[in-house]
Write a protein that binds this ligand. Structure first.
Ligand SMILES: [Zn+2]
Length: 268
């Protein structure tokens, strides 16, 4: 579980290929989306490298409830040329290469990335990169990019939990004000009772539950983002075969915390 297998998209590509009909049924909401007429709060860059259309990107983002979208700091979605995890990557420090010959393996493809070009007390902005997926059939690449966009978009909600000390959310029916760190710690404690939500998130396990742990932020945010994506997609490639088409089936408490996180509003 602790090796670099999570950096290889190969098994994910194979699983999507084998389950294409069922997965596409579960993604019908993307094509059914009719909104997106209002001007989005983000801009698209390098559109020629984006496999998803403007309307599809809007559909994916609107899969999130409005309460979550109001908290997002997304400002840019940008297409990118293909990239892979470099063969010298470690699971603590994966790094990219644009040359497939230098990759861990031909399918250690990087689908997405999140960066924060502006981070000041007054203004925080996130930029999502969606890569072209070289060598992946288009219909499979679309599924991977829908998943990736859901995952990266979750980072635009999660980043402030850890890195903005004044951030507060209104939690539960009593609308109690809680800090971002409390949300993350509670989530980590619930998640760690189970197995990693996904093939990808397994590289960040064992999951730290103490914010003082230097691995806490990255590990817990990756587990959170893949849990939210799994909840919104209703599928996720994970080591536990039985769970792939019902990824939160074994963890009702995690599911409840995920829904609460999405439906909560910001207090300050
Ligand atoms: Zn991530």
């Amino acid at each position: 579980m602790n090796d670099k297998r999570g950096l290889d998209l190969g098994p994910v590509i194979d699983w999507i290929t084998d389950n294409k009909a069922e997965i596409n049924r579960r993604l019908e909401w993307v094509q059914q989306y009719r909104g997106g007429t209002e001007k989005p709060p983000y801009v698209l860059r390098e559109k020629e490298r984006l496999l998803l259309s403007e309307q599809e990107i809007s559909a994916v983002i609107h899969r999130y409830p409005e309460t979550a979208r109001q908290r997002s700091i997304l400002s840019v979605v940008s297409g990118q040329a293909p990239a892979w995890f470099h063969k010298d990557s470690t699971k603590e420090e994966p790094f990219p290469t644009d040359k497939v010959e230098e990759a861990l393996c031909p399918t250690s493809i990087i689908p997405g990335y999140i960066r924060y070009p502006t981070w000041t007390p007054e203004k925080k902005e996130a930029e999502i990169w969606l890569y072209q997926l070289e060598g992946v059939p288009v219909d499979v690449a679309r599924v991977i990019l829908i998943y990736t966009l859901l995952h990266e978009y979750c980072h635009t909600l999660v980043a402030e939990l850890f890195y903005n000390e004044t951030y507060r959310l209104l939690w539960g029916s009593e609308q109690r004000e809680i800090t971002g760190l409390e949300v993350m710690t509670e989530f980590a404690k619930l998640a760690t009772k189970y197995s990693p939500i996904s093939h990808y998130s397994s590289i960040y396990w064992p999951l730290p539950t103490e914010p003082e742990d230097p691995r806490f932020y990255v590990s817990v945010s990756e587990e959170m983002c893949d849990t939210v994506a799994a909840h919104l997609l209703r599928f996720m490639y994970c080591d536990d075969e039985k769970r792939r088409l019902n990824p939160l089936a074994d963890r009702p408490e995690v599911k409840a915390a995920t829904i609460r996180f999405l439906e909560t509003c910001r207090a300050s």
